[in-house]
Design a protein around this ligand. Structure first.
Ligand code: ZN
Ligand code: ZN
Length: 382
C-alpha cells in the first residue's frame, strides 16, 4: 500500500494524531510527518472529526483490527494538497486547495467478486477503512481523522461540501448518515404513508428516522433512550411518537405501546433496528405488521446469538433485511440530501465539541450515551 506514496513531507509539517496502540487503555496523542500526496492522493486538513459508537467498540477490542491505528472514520476538513492528477471530487466538481470537503471512510477494492460481479461494494472483504484497518506504522501513516491531517489515498471518494452546508451539518450524523441512506432508502425502500418504527435513538436511529421522514413516512415512532436523547430528538422534530425504554423496561409493554400508535393496531409497515442490542430483533418482529419489513441495521458489533421465534417470519410473512455500512454511492446520496436535511432539522444541535486532547473524554461520553454526537474540533486551540 505504500507504493507511490512520497516520503517527502509538506514543509517539515507534522500532524498530531490520536493513536490506538492497545485496547482498553487511554489513547495518547502522537505525532507523525505529513507526507506530500502521491499521484491520485489528497492530503486534507481535518476540521471536525466524529466520534462513533464503533470507535468505542474498537477501543474495547470488539472488532478484529490491526494495531496501531489512528482512530477516526468520520471527518470533514479542507484540501491541503492535491496529488498529481486530482482535479475533481467524486462527483466531478472541480477541487482546489482550501475547498471544504468530506470523504467516505472506506475504499472497496474494486476487483473482487463482491465489488464486480455482485455489485455490492459494501460486502468487499478487502476494503480499506480509515480509522479502522489502516496501520499507523505503515506509510502513509496518517489514515484516521482524529488528527490534524489525513492522507486520502487514491480511490478515496471525496466530496466538496455543498455551498449551503456547514462543516457542523456535514459531520452531525457522521457515518450514520450514509449508513441510513443505504439501509433505510436503498435496502428497505420506505414509501409515502408508511408507519415506521425506529428502535434506537443514537446517531444511527436519529439518522434513520430523519430519512424516514424525508422519504414520506406518515408516522415515525422512535423507541429508545436515555430520555435526554429522546428529548433532543423531539426538540428538533425527529419522530412523531417517542417511547423511552427506561420508562418502559418491559418489552411486551413497549410492543403494546407501538401497536397502539399504529393504524388499526396492525403494527408498523417497517421496523428499523438501530439499537445494536441483539434482543431488539425479537421485539422488532413483534412490532411489525403482517407483511411488513424488518431491517437489522444496528448489529454492527457481533454480540452473539439471541432467542428468536422464526414462526413470526412465516406467519406474518415478514421481509427480513440486512444492511452493512455504506459505499460511495450512499455517501454521495447523503451529501446530496444534506441541504434538505439541514433545512428540516437543526443538525448542529446533535453535536458536542471536544478538543483533540479530550478524545478519551469524548469516547467515554459516547460510551455512556451522555451526548448524542461527540465531535473532535481539531482546529480549536486549547
Ligand atoms: Zn461510525
Ligand atoms: Zn472488493
Amino acid at each position: 500500500m505504500s507504493e507511490g506514496i512520497s516520503t517527502n513531507m509538506i514543509a517539515e509539517s507534522h500532524s498530531r494524531a490520536v493513536v490506538l496502540r492497545a485496547f482498553n487503555v487511554p489513547l495518547a496523542i502522537e505525532s507523525a510527518p505529513v507526507p506530500e500526496p502521491g499521484p491520485g492522493a489528497v492530503v486534507a486538513q481535518v476540521g471536525l472529526a466524529g466520534v462513533c459508537g464503533t470507535d468505542v467498540h474498537l477501543h474495547h477490542g470488539q472488532l478484529p483490527i490491526p494495531l496501531p491505528i489512528i482512530l477516526g472514520h468520520e471527518g470533514v476538513g479542507r484540501v491541503q494538497r492535491l496529488g498529481d492528477g486530482v482535479a475533481t471530487d467524486f462527483t466531478g466538481h472541480s477541487l482546489r486547495e482550501g475547498d471544504a470537503i468530506a470523504w467516505s471512510s472506506n475504499i472497496p477494492c474494486g476487483h473482487c467478486h463482491w465489488c464486480v460481479v455482485a455489485g455490492e461494494r459494501t460486502l468487499c472483504e478487502t476494503r480499506k477503512v480509515y480509522g479502522v484497518n489502516q496501520r499507523f506504522d505503515e506509510l502513509p501513516r496518517l489514515s484516521g481523522s482524529w488528527a490534524d491531517a489525513i492522507y486520502l489515498q487514491p480511490g478515496s471518494a471525496i466530496f466538496r461540501l455543498p455551498d449551503d452546508v456547514t462543516p457542523e451539518q456535514a459531520i452531525a450524523l457522521g457515518c450514520a448518515g450514509p449508513t441510513a441512506v443505504h439501509g433505510v432508502i436503498d435496502v428497505t425502500g420506505i414509501t409515502a404513508g408508511d408507519t415506521v418504527v425506529v428502535q434506537g435513538s443514537g446517531p444511527v436511529g436519529i439518522a434513520s428516522a430523519m430519512y424516514a421522514h424525508l422519504a414520506g413516512a406518515a408516522r415515525v415512532i422512535l423507541v429508545g433512550g436515555p430520555a435526554s436523547r429522546l428529548d433532543l430528538a423531539r426538540e428538533i422534530g425527529v419522530g412523531d411518537a417517542h417511547i423511552d425504554i427506561f420508562a418502559f423496561p418491559d418489552p411486551a409493554e413497549r410492543v403494546r405501546l407501538v401497536l397502539d400508535a399504529t393504524p388499526g393496531r396492525r403494527g408498523a409497515d417497517v421496523v428499523l433496528e438501530c439499537a445494536g442490542a441483539p434482543e431488539a430483533v425479537a421485539e422488532g418482529w413483534e412490532m411489525a405488521r403482517r407483511g411488513g419489513s424488518f431491517l437489522a441495521l444496528g448489529q454492527y458489533t457481533d454480540r452473539g446469538p439471541t432467542p428468536l421465534n422464526p414462526h413470526l417470519i412465516t406467519r406474518k410473512q415478514l421481509r427480513i433485511l440486512g444492511s452493512w455500512g455504506f459505499a460511495e454511492k450512499h455517501y454521495l446520496g447523503h451529501i446530496q440530501a444534506l441541504p434538505r436535511l439541514a433545512a428540516r432539522f437543526d443538525l448542529s444541535r446533535l453535536i458536542t465539541r471536544y478538543p483533540l486532547e479530550d478524545a478519551n473524554r469524548a469516547l467515554a461520553d459516547m460510551a455512556a450515551g451522555r451526548v448524542m454526537k461527540p465531535v473532535l474540533d481539531v482546529s480549536r486551540e486549547s
